[in-house]
Ligand binder design. Sequence first.
Ligand code: XBP
Ligand code: MG
Length: 262
Amino acid sequence: MTRLKAVLWDVDGTLAETERDGHRVAFNRAFEAEGLPWRWDVAPYGELLKVAGGRERLMHDMNTRSDAPVLADQREALARVLHSLKNKFYAELVRSGGIPLRPGVATLIEECRERGVRMAITTTTSRSNVDALLGVHLGPSWAGHFAAVICGEDVQRKKPDPEVFELALKALDVEPLEAVAIEDSPGGVAAARAASVPVIVTRSAYFEDSTLEGAIAIGPGLHQREGWRPSLRLGAGSPVSVSLDDVENWFAQMDNVSQFGS
Ligand code: XBP
Ligand code: MG
């Protein structure tokens, strides 16, 4: 039986609920700082998440606005300014303690480290955002926990394209079926599946009710054992949260999970 060699972590929505209270708020501060009347409310921002990448999201939104610059290169220049301001405000928000890690995340990261299961970050977001978030929660040497950190800047095509996973597998020198991705969104699941990497879904606020097919396990978050499919052992003697043993069991059973079957 193949042994699990690597855990590939998504960032936004998986490590932390960064979108609603982080990126969205920071985008709005950037609009304000640039004197623009644009604001992204909670529900419409959920729709905008269909577009991967903050700068691409801005470009997409500008295409729907009559008060956006008319020329394409003016729009691109404005998107660059807004995006870089947004990332600055995002880092401030994170560093002020506004965005905790999702419960259960730090425990599983620590268990992977203790047991020698290598990890990578596989995200669409910018490197500066990962640095801000993990610097606060895992300390300044956070990058040492991960054998590879692949971010938005490192790929030609963002999720749902599989490129981020392909680069991580290459950097770790592992095969797709020796790794597990942990994801929260339809785009993330699609990207992992397109790279043939088995994927575990921890549902996040914006994707609570989304159809997410093809995962080897799906549940409400790493902090609880109830509500997972395939189900987890409950009761006396069980860990409190999702453990590395659970991840390895799902991994070992993946061929029996019809959702993952071809
Ligand atoms: C989520 C994304 C990102 C963030 C914003 O990526 O799509 O675009 O919303 O970050 P993931 P940027 O779930 O893969 O971590 O503005 O830096 O793109
Ligand atoms: Mg995500």
